[in-house]
Design a protein around this ligand. Structure first.
Ligand code: NDP
Length: 515
């Protein structure tokens, strides 16, 4: 174990001192070595539940650091692509086992660094484990097609091949799961990786890369560069040596990345924002609906791409539903997610707090605030980014709080006359990630499955809870048509090759000699 590994692994207990303030310093991972940035500078990651708590200092990576990481990935590519896919899968399986062994440590580090409550942090790590195991299996599948040829004595088939270097740019809200959702398919397919994590969660990224190294990935196959998105992120997108970019984050950043990549005809997979709706019909089990909505709207403090931020409800049950939601939301306990009795952790940073606050102001002129609506600063919470779970009623589908992604614990309730109006409202958004319907009528449930314009649909459940063996991603401006997870994830990181083997001993011309 090298020095940086021991630094990172000791950090749950405070980490060894590198200065008088006992804050550990972490490094970049390039070509199998833990190295300092050429900038000589660092940035801090702080606990959003208590901003006095500094998790660590991280290298302020430069374009020169990035160039070294890309070069390392380039040098590692020929041997890695030549490694049999089942063997690559075995290394991912070993990584999954390591994550399972370190699950609690990773979850605690995540809660400390970005705030989600411990139960959800464990779920985040579990998603990483699940995709590692799934993609380990792909090492022995990675199906292509073998099909009959239209000509005699001729074989036709297709195989997947790696693209080259994958640039992985990730957000802070699923700091283990999302990097794994991207890196596992990239690696099993034979690509090498340069990983640029969110600047709010560099510690989680470091812990993850330590385990990848421990699993036995050869030097240069995965490289970690911390630093700003505007600088390192854009340089990664613009590098002519990086063949594919996989990005999850907000829509404005995604648009910028698509523009930069488009000029280079570079493949880019985008997973962007959402404005996910739960539809509640008059025949719904309201207890179940309330459970599903509270979990989807206020879990992870509303900071999930699949979070429910709109409830679209038939008028006969709107008052009853709002009363129950308000009662439940106002009882949610806020605090540090490391306290197992806490329901809702902090927002990730001060900018998120300000954004949520500004949308609540917008909401006051569009609907009626029936719950929450302000920062929570009493006692110990004074040092964190806490905002009360908030509910607006009387919102119209096209209001700003009904249309724009807030990414916080703010729920808008939209009343409608019937199923048709509910579906119009649900689809009246530029996003299309997730949607759900609560109804006891099986016919209506299947109509909704057909009618929602989203990549994910739930029946009688909230808008969150994707499993790793089905495709994950959205329609419309939630993305650009790519999918994470499932075997669909391999499409981002592979090129198809179609192969024709003619063993007739003569020239056979397709579409001509067989007519
Ligand atoms: P950002 O877009 O701000 O950041 C995401 C990543 O992109 C970070 O690593 C960031 O680096 C980097 N980045 C920022 N600017 C650039 C740039 N110009 N070029 C290249 N990289 C850049 O997103 P958030 O962190 O705010 O994440 C929240 C968003 O993610 C929400 O909109 C949410 O809906 C979306 N999301 C979507 C999911 C999906 O699957 N559809 C899943 C989860 C989240 P740095 O941190 O250094 O700025």
């Amino acid at each position: 174990m090298n020095e940086t590994q021991s630094l990172a692994q000791a950090s749950d207990s405070g980490g060894p001192a590198t200065g008088s303030d006992h804050v550990p310093t972490f490094r970049l991972y390039v070509a199998g070595e833990w190295v300092e940035s050429t900038s000589g500078g660092t940035f801090e990651s702080r606990n959003p539940a208590d901003r006095r708590d500094v998790v660590g200092r991280f290298q302020a990576g430069t374009r020169a650091d990035l160039a070294m990481a890309i070069r390392a990935a380039e040098l590692a590519f020929p041997a890695w692509r030549a490694t049999p896919a089942p063997r690559r899968g075995e290394l991912l399986f070993r990584f999954g086992e390591l994550m399972a062994r370190h699950k609690e440590r990773l979850a605690r580090a995540m809660t400390r660094e970005m705030g989600k409550v411990l139960a959800e942090a464990r779920g985040d790590v579990q998603e990483g484990i699940d995709i590692a195991y799934l993609m380990a299996g792909e090492g022995r599948r990675m199906f292509g097609d073998t099909v009959p040829s239209e000509l005699p004595d001729k074989w036709a088939m297709s195989i997947r091949q790696p693209i080259g270097i994958a640039g992985i740019i990730t957000p802070w809200n699923f700091p283990i799961a999302i990097p794994c959702w991207k890196m596992m398919p990239a690696l099993v397919a034979g690509n090498t990786v340069v990983f640029k994590p969110a600047s709010d969660t560099p510690h989680c990224a470091t812990l993850l890369v330590e385990l990848l190294a421990e699993a036995g990935l050869p030097p240069g196959v995965v490289n970690l560069v911390t630093g700003t998105g505007a600088d390192i992120g854009e340089a990664l997108v613009e590098s002519p040596d990086v063949s594919v970019i996989s990005f999850t984050g907000n829509s404005a950043t995604g648009r910028r990345i698509a523009e930069l990549a488009g000029r280079r005809l570079k493949r880019v997979a985008l997973e962007l924002g959402g404005k996910n709706a739960v539809v509640v019909l008059r025949d719904a089990d309201l207890d179940l609906a309330v459970d599903g909505i509270v979990w989807s709207a206020f879990g992870t403090t509303g900071q999930r791409c699949t979070a429910c931020s709109r409830v679209i409800v038939e008028r006969p049950v709107v008052d009853e539903l709002v009363a129950r939601l308000t009662e439940r939301a106002s009882r949610l306990k806020l605090g540090s997610g490391l306290d197992e009795t806490v329901d809702v952790g902090p927002l990730v940073n001060g900018a998120a707090l300000e954004k949520v606050e500004s949308y609540v102001e917008v909401g006051r002129s569009e609907g009626e605030l029936v719950c929450g609506g302000s920062r929570v600063t009493h006692g110990e919470l004074a040092h964190g980014n806490f905002f009360a779970p908030s509910i607006f009623t009387g919102v119209r589908a096209m209001d700003r709080i009904g249309q724009e992604e807030i990414f916080g614990p703010v729920l808008s309730v939209i009343a409608v006359a019937d199923y048709a109006e509910a579906m119009t409202a649900a689809n009246q958004t530029r996003y299309g990630l997730s949607a759900s319907i609560f109804t006891r009528d099986v016919n209506t449930a299947f109509r909704a499955v057909r009618d929602f314009e989203t990549g994910i649909v739930y029946v009688n459940a909230g808008t969150t809870g994707a499993e790793t063996h089905l495709p994950f991603g959205g329609w419309k401006e939630t993305g650009n048509g790519h999918r994470e997870a499932g075997h669909a994830a391999l499409d981002t990181y592979t090129e198809w090759k179609s192969i024709y083997v003619d063993f007739s001993g003569k020239l056979q011309r397709a579409q001509i000699d067989n007519q």
